[in-house]
Design a protein around this ligand. Structure first.
Ligand SMILES: C[S@@+](CC[C@H](N)C(=O)[O-])C[C@H]1O[C@@H](n2cnc3c(N)ncnc32)[C@H](O)[C@@H]1O
Length: 202
């Protein structure tokens, strides 16, 4: 069923009561995909990790529970996502979250060992600027993970003025162009046929 524009815009930037409900649904709906991203992250003790577009924030919480030595940060451009996380998170003292765009990260160069985003790239208006920012904020040899749907089949179910589905090969090329030295496309056969993870090493 095609997602209508209102819900599509809410997914792009949750707000108000409907945004709250949507984030609550998403925490269950996107769990398997977020677990796939977690596996690809291959986290190690004491690493600095940033999630872009954390939404409900469950994945940040999960990492905090897995390993207390990992230093966690999250940005989301939805004020609602940030405020809800700050109110509800049991681990919020360990996780620093702020309202910011993935295309303008409020961090110094070479700040993170891992940066990841799940179901966010569809909404980015300037994808190259986003990748440049991620590359800048990653440490050398740091890893970037972008998980979500890629490709034309997905287009039919989502309004094209909110969602953009870049082919995965195009995203791979874009990562290489901004300077990622090693880029790989990963698939989990349990997830849908259009769902992939892209890994870039700086
Ligand atoms: C579809 S939700 C996905 C939430 C979560 N990552 C998940 O997998 O369930 C997209 C999230 O990304 C955020 N987002 C979208 N574009 C963003 C951008 N340019 N910068 C920061 N956050 C963004 C939205 O506010 C929303 O919380």
């Amino acid at each position: 069923m095609k997602r209508n524009n209102y819900i599509a815009n809410q997914s792009a930037k949750p707000h108000g009561l409907i945004g709250k409900m949507l984030m609550w649904i998403m925490r269950y709906e996107t769990e398997k995909v977020n677990n796939f991203a977690l596996n690809l992250l291959d986290l190690k003790a004491n690493q600095h990790v940033l999630e872009i577009g954390f939404g409900h924030g469950i994945t940040l919480e999960k990492i905090a529970q897995m390993d207390e030595s990992i230093k966690l940060a999250g940005v989301d451009h939805s004020q609602l996502a940030v405020e809800s996380f700050q109110k509800k998170s049991r681990n919020h003292s360990m996780i620093s979250v702020e309202c910011a765009s993935g295309s303008q990260l409020p961090f110094n160069d070479n700040s993170f060992d891992r940066i990841f985003g799940v179901h966010i790239h569809y909404f980015l208006k300037n994808f190259r600027q986003f990748l440049l920012e991620v590359h800048r904020a990653l440490n050398n040899d740091g890893k970037f993970i972008l998980v979500g749907k890629y490709g034309q089949k997905s287009l039919g179910n989502f309004p094209a003025d909110v969602y953009q589905f870049y082919p995965k090969e195009e995203i791979k090329k874009q990562l290489e162009l901004v300077g990622f030295k090693q880029v790989e496309i990963k698939k989990d056969n349990m997830l849908g046929s259009e769902l992939f993870g892209i890994i870039g090493i700086k």
